[in-house]
Design a protein around this ligand. Structure first.
Ligand SMILES: *[C@@H]1O[C@H](CO)[C@@H](O)[C@H](O)[C@H]1NC(C)=O
Length: 248
């Protein structure tokens, strides 16, 4: 029973005794210590402090605290291992054009190894079995065709192209292309009456220096129909296709 409970009990006893005619004999009790005065004994000394109590149960978890400040930056880590090679990338853009190179040296073949001619007839071929004399010159810069003999004479060994387109009139025409006294190409035009024919042929020949090429009508004079006038040409031409490699 606590002090408050004890005083309440003392109060009740005081009221009960007062009702029994004893209240006048004693002064009013000190309201601050009614019991001590009533019971008559001297108050005791306060007791010694008790032993500390046992630890209480753990409290409940507190509320979540505020977020702390950001920590300092950590030390630099070790370098990692070398990664594997990546896939090949797409093709890059084309580079800028390079600087123009220096001018090359002057070539030899373009100027030294030139050989070409183009000639025509100026009238009827008068004589069979001799070189046809083409005296109408379209081109003969190198003079490798001899207008006095009707023969082309090779100056640059190599491959040559020869062609002829002859008008045939009044009679048949048999024409051969000769190389060094040997006929290598033959053309026969059978003339049709009241007509104007053309006989033509072409050939590639390799020539050595000094070898000659020409056209010639063969057979009897009756077969000599090779013809030309101002407006019906008969032509013969040839040119060096390419020289031999060992020519310098
Ligand atoms: C030559 O050709 C012309 C046409 O261009 C023709 O009229 C004439 O008859 C020809 N010459 C001969 C001899 O046929």
């Amino acid at each position: 029973m606590g002090p408050a409970g004890r005083c309440l009990l003392c109060g009740l006893l005081l009221v009960a005794l007062g009702g029994m005619g004893m209240a006048g004999e004693d002064p009013q009790p000190d309201p601050k210590a009614p019991c001590a005065n009533w019971m008559g004994g001297a108050p005791g000394y306060p007791g010694h402090n008790g032993l500390p109590g046992r630890d209480g149960k753990d409290g409940r978890d507190g509320e979540k605290g505020e977020k702390g400040e950001q920590g300092e930056k950590g030390a630099k880590g070790d370098s990692g291992q070398i990664g594997s090679q990546g896939a090949e990338g797409p093709r890059g853009f084309p580079g800028t054009p390079g600087i123009m190179g220096m001018k090359g040296e002057k070539g030899e073949g373009a100027f030294i190894h030139r050989s070409a001619f183009s000639v025509g007839l100026t009238g009827r071929v008068p004589h069979p079995n001799v070189p046809i004399l083409f005296s109408k010159v379209f081109y003969n810069e190198q003079q490798h065709y001899d207008v006095s003999t009707g023969k082309f004479r090779c100056s640059v060994p190599g491959m040559y192209y020869f062609a002829y387109h002859l008008t045939v009139y009044l009679s048949d025409a048999k024409i051969s292309l000769y190389k060094q006294d040997r006929a290598v190409l033959f053309t026969y035009d059978q003339f049709q009456p009241n007509n104007v024919d053309q006989a033509s042929g072409s050939v590639l020949l390799h020539l050595n220096a000094g070898e000659e090429v020409w056209l010639q009508v063969y057979g009897e004079g009756a077969n000599n129909g090779v013809y030309a006038d101002n407006i019906n040409d008969s032509t013969f031409m040839g040119f060096l296709l390419y020289p031999d490699l060992d020519v310098h």
